[in-house]
Design a protein around this ligand. Structure first.
Ligand code: AMP
Length: 220
């Protein structure tokens, strides 16, 4: 299998996690989500986790040095990956650019009302019965068969602490200035990988088709 390095950018609730999980399965890519890696640190109670917990729960960004270090360890080991939620600042993008080059950058565009609706109803698998389970549901759009229980592995579902109305509002409002604009300025002209903007208000299956249609010629 050849090298394939993909990046997804887009605000919280744009569907990055959902699309990256499907893509990583179909194309055999490592799914690197800094949000997941950071939540795992918090859950483990590590020194790093304790240091960043309040920042994450308040919906603020963790410092560039910390996330760059976390990602570097992962990137050193893989040539086929999809990055989800990293980079989130110009400094992180510059760091990433200094350690590897990308083939595709997908920018997911979703209107604000949809983002709020998606995040408020989101429920995730705790993974108690199957560590690492990526089960993700929505109380209205994609409810689990049994309320509060993951369809995939039977573990309990939970709501992220930062998926509450005030924090959702804050994350979405700070996104454009902190992340959206700096990253579009950095990647938008296409000289650091093909930049592809995707209208992502539709259901996940349709968005996935729009993404994979751009990857037709790419080896799985
Ligand atoms: P996510 O799961 O991508 O929504 O990330 C959850 C939280 O983890 C964010 O709100 C930040 O507090 C932190 N985080 C994840 N990725 C990054 C990043 N690249 N830079 C800074 N903070 C991050």
């Amino acid at each position: 299998m050849g090298e394939l390095r993909i990046l997804f950018i887009g605000p919280a609730g744009a569907g990055k996690g959902t699309q990256c999980a499907k893509l990583s399965e179909e194309f055999g890519l490592e799914h690197i989500s800094t949000g997941d890696l950071i939540r795992a640190e918090i859950k483990s109670g590590s020194e790093l986790g304790q240091k960043v917990q309040s920042i994450v729960e308040a919906g603020n960004l963790v410092s560039d040095d910390i996330v760059n270090e976390i990602v570097k360890n992962k990137l050193d080991r893989t040539k086929r990956f999809v990055l989800d939620g990293y980079p989130r600042t110009k400094e992180q993008a510059e760091f990433l650019n200094s350690v590897t080059n990308l083939h595709y950058i997908f920018s997911l565009e979703v209107n604000k009302e949809n983002l709020v609706e998606r995040l408020s109803g989101r429920r995730l698998c705790t993974g108690t019965k199957k560590p690492g389970c990526k089960g993700m549901f929505h109380i209205a759009f994609n409810p689990p068969k049994v309320e509060g229980i993951c369809d995939l592995c039977g573990s309990e579902l939970y709501q992220r602490k930062d998926d509450n109305p005030e924090t959702i509002e804050k994350r979405i409002n700070s996104y454009e200035s902190e992340t959206g604009k700096p990253l579009k300025d950095f990647y938008g002209n296409g000289d650091k990988g093909e930049f592809i903007s995707i209208e992502a208000d539709e259901a996940p299956g349709m968005v996935y088709e729009a993404i994979t249609s751009k990857l037709k010629a790419v080896s799985k």
